[in-house]
Design a protein around this ligand. Structure first.
Ligand code: AMP
Length: 547
């Protein structure tokens, strides 16, 4: 017997309708690429999202078509979030920090038909436009006054003119909640980047889940500044969850330096924020140098990379800001765990509490997790045993978009299918998970990934290189930076500078190795694979020239 309740699909459009009807007067403030501060309300966002939906119709964008963005956090990007998904198309947010070649590959793989971009990225778009086989329409996210005088982009359109030509009458269509709403690519250690295709249902369930008190604790009394980019897993879901809760939103645009962030946090009375540790490091350094305080900010979500214990203490003791550690992945929409104390922790000593808060935290309801040994057997939750972290839930990927590399899920002995995260973790008796290592060898620099294999392959294309391994070495500002370890071919000569020169125009500048170490041999395991763990141990105290 089925329940007798209404079968209303969970759709992204319901969030913007809700925000308009129930807190339509709440502000969305954006620092624009044009340099000024823009402010309007959820009600005005809704009106413009409907105009944009009409404009997308006029451009011939229909159900499930992919619409790409190369854009900072701002109100026009938010309009795209709602208009594209609301009409049943798919919003594909592209990370502009990738190389033009990577951007072109991803846009072609996604079969993007339309590209909306901030003026900052005009040079990138001009460079990749000839390679974008499917993109028919290019739109600059600006008004006529700021449009480039001349551009090589064919038929470049002006966003504000597109909107102005349209009516604001639009009825959001109802369709199956399992329809795709947005697409993000994650880069793996092997092969090409992989697309994670979120549905309206997975997005809405994630939105409900992250809003709860023991998760992001978002409310109508908050003013949220998401530093995490809208091109990094949908800014961790904040553009949706803010609309659900009625929180004021403050978008920092392209200005992510300490001074600009602090000014905006103070002038807009921001109460909470979210971002990767490196951005916070920049802000904290600036505040320390200038003896500044936060007058309204009370908590920040830190994730994407491990929250350093020293940063946790600085936030809490020096600035009276709760730093909340979270873990997630593109494949998890992204939130998996978040570290909030339980009632029993009220008795903990200060040091023990900090130790607990440095963990990645407990699973958000909806996510189930376990750690397993190499045979797939579940390990105990004792805070000591560590193993591969596996997850499952309604906002976890089930397969990658148009990907031939096989099923990403692993069935357990009961046939239940789990997603192997590639992270290695412990889980304690209270359910707090801690990442101890990652099985992937990817290098995380400032919250961005650098593929070690890509760096190695380029080294190996140099005639003097016999073997190459790229490993992450600790860096005070960027967390990790790549160190290239090289074995030269017998009788061949190549210097550090010559090798680094070899990378020019092959990778983005921030992906370049910081240094090259020449060795006689790289340790190799029984199956012929390089033992990077051993190499990391060997170079643990290596001092990069960039420190
Ligand atoms: P991405 O898909 O780019 O968001 O990267 C996901 C990966 O980032 C995870 O598999 C982890 O290796 C890493 N990660 C995310 N959050 C944390 C965290 N709080 N601590 C340590 N690693 C993290």
């Amino acid at each position: 017997m089925l329940g007798l309740m209404q079968d209303v699909p969970l759709l992204v459009s319901s969030l913007i309708r809700h925000a308009d009807r129930h807190h339509g007067d709440v502000e969305i403030v954006s620092r624009r690429v044009e340099g000024d501060i823009h402010r309007y309300t959820y009600r005005e966002l809704h009106v413009r999202a409907k105009q944009l939906a009409n404009a997308l119709d006029a451009l011939g964008i229909s159900m499930s078509d992919r619409v790409a963005t190369l854009a900072w956090n701002g109100y026009r990007h938010m309009e795209l979030y709602y208009a594209v998904a609301g009409k049943g198309a798919v919003l594909h947010t592209i990370n502009p920090r990738l190389t033009p070649e990577q951007i072109a590959w991803i846009a072609n793989h996604a079969e993007d038909g339309c590209l909306f971009f901030d003026l900052t990225f005009l040079p990138i778009v001009e460079k990749v436009a000839p390679q974008l086989t499917r993109v028919k329409t290019f739109v600059a996210l600006t008004d006529r006054a700021h449009m480039p005088a001349a551009s090589t982009i064919p038929g470049l359109k002006c966003y504000e003119e597109l909107l102005a030509a349209q009516d604001d009458e639009y009825v959001w269509p109802e369709f199956d909640e399992k329809v795709a709403s947005s697409l993000c690519y994650t880069s793996g250690t092997t092969g090409n980047p992989k697309g994670v295709l979120y549905s309206h249902r997975s997005t809405l369930l994630h939105t409900f889940a992250i809003t709860w008190p023991d998760v992001m604790n978002l409310s109508a009394r908050d003013t949220i500044l998401p530093v995490v980019p809208m091109f990094h897993v949908n800014a961790w879901g904040i553009p949706y969850a803010a609309a659900l809760s009625g929180a004021k939103l403050v978008f920092p645009g392209p200005a992510l330096d300490g001074k600009s962030l602090h000014e905006l946090i103070e002038s807009e009375k921001v109460t909470m924020s979210a971002g990767v540790p490196t951005v916070w490091q920049g802000l904290l350094n600036y505040m320390d140098q200038n003896k500044l305080e936060f007058s309204t900010m009370r908590r920040t979500i830190v994730g994407g990379a491990a929250l350093p214990p020293a940063m946790l203490r600085t936030f809490e003791e020096r600035y009276n800001v709760a730093a909340v550690h979270a873990w997630g992945m593109t494949e998890l929409s992204p939130l998996g765990t978040l570290c909030a104390p339980r009632a029993k922790h009220a008795e903990l000593s200060r040091d023990a509490l900090y130790q607990m808060k440095a963990k990645q935290g407990r699973a958000v309801f909806g996510i189930d997790m376990k750690i397993v040994d190499p045979d797939g057997c579940e390990l105990p939750w004792d805070g000591k045993a560590f193993g591969d972290l596996m997850v499952r839930g309604p906002w976890v990927v089930s397969e990658y978009f148009h990907d031939e590399s096989g099923d990403p899920l692993l069935p357990d002995t009961d046939g239940v299918r789990w997603f192997p995260t590639g992270d290695v973790a412990t889980i304690d008796a209270d359910g707090y998970m801690q990442i101890t290592d990652r099985s992937k060898d990817v290098i995380k620099s400032g919250g961005e990934w650098i593929s070690s294999i890509e760096i190695e392959n380029i080294a190996l294309s140099h005639p003097a290189v016999a073997m190459a391994a790229c490993i992450g070495v600790k860096h005070p500002k960027w967390d990790e930076r790549p160190l290239l370890v090289v074995v030269r071919k017998p009788g061949s000569e190549v210097s550090r500078d010559e090798l680094l020169h070899h990378y020019e125009s092959k990778v983005a500048k921030w992906q370049l190795p910081d240094d090259v170490a020449f060795v006689d041999a790289i340790p190799v395991g029984a199956t012929g694979k390089m033992l990077k763990n051993k190499l990391r141990d060997q170079f643990r105290d290596y001092r990069l020239p960039t420190i």
